[in-house]
Design a protein around this ligand. Sequence first.
Ligand SMILES: [Zn+2]
Length: 254
Amino acid sequence: MVKTYSLKADGNKKLSENFKVSEFRCNDGSDKILIDEDLVVILQKIRSNFKKPININSGYRTPSYNAKIGGATNSYHTLGSAADIAVSDVLPQVVAQYCESIGVKGIGCGANYVHVDTRKSKYLWKYVGTTTSTYPVSSFIESKTAIIKTIQRFLNSNYASELSVDGIVGVKTRAAVKNAIAKSKNPVLKFASQGKDVYLLQSALYCLGYNPEGFDGSFGNGLKLAVSKFQKDKSLAVDSVVGKNTWTKLKEVL
Ligand SMILES: [Zn+2]
């Protein structure tokens, strides 16, 4: 059941062991908050399972706020039945898999958060760059072969690489990544950077046997760790920031 609350009057009201009303407020500061009881049950299960704080990036959205940020029309957020959450120190893919295991039907996996909602028929998706793709959750943690295939398709469509999509890192795939880096402007990349050059960096690290934990064009914790490992291995300054020296070294060893 969906209940209506007032931020001013009910903000501190506890909804479950670890959640209170104000955490679900609309990011535009509106007083009215809709909260679906079933959503609270789901979030509390996630909280109790991981035993880590959960940040609700976006809970209830007024229709006008939802429209303003480009949310889907009739988004479950506008009904009080959805939340975009980040669990401290837990990868979104892992949170998404847990959600599926407890029977959550609406799950969207982003690079830094998971959308959960209380819909009744199963719909699972993954945000890839700016587009959205549907997947079975089991593929959220993709095999290395699947990721290499995606990288080969990325190189073919963005850098005209003409690779065969076989999921195997051979001489041609490495050369294609190297050429793509040579053609790119090699901007400084660091935590929270996004975009095509981040995809390129992730491609390079996968091809060199590092595991940046995802090919999503988003510089998150997994990529940060992989970059620092690469820098350490190559005796570069270890700062997890990809500047001129790291780009040059990547080209050199590919
Ligand atoms: Zn959402």
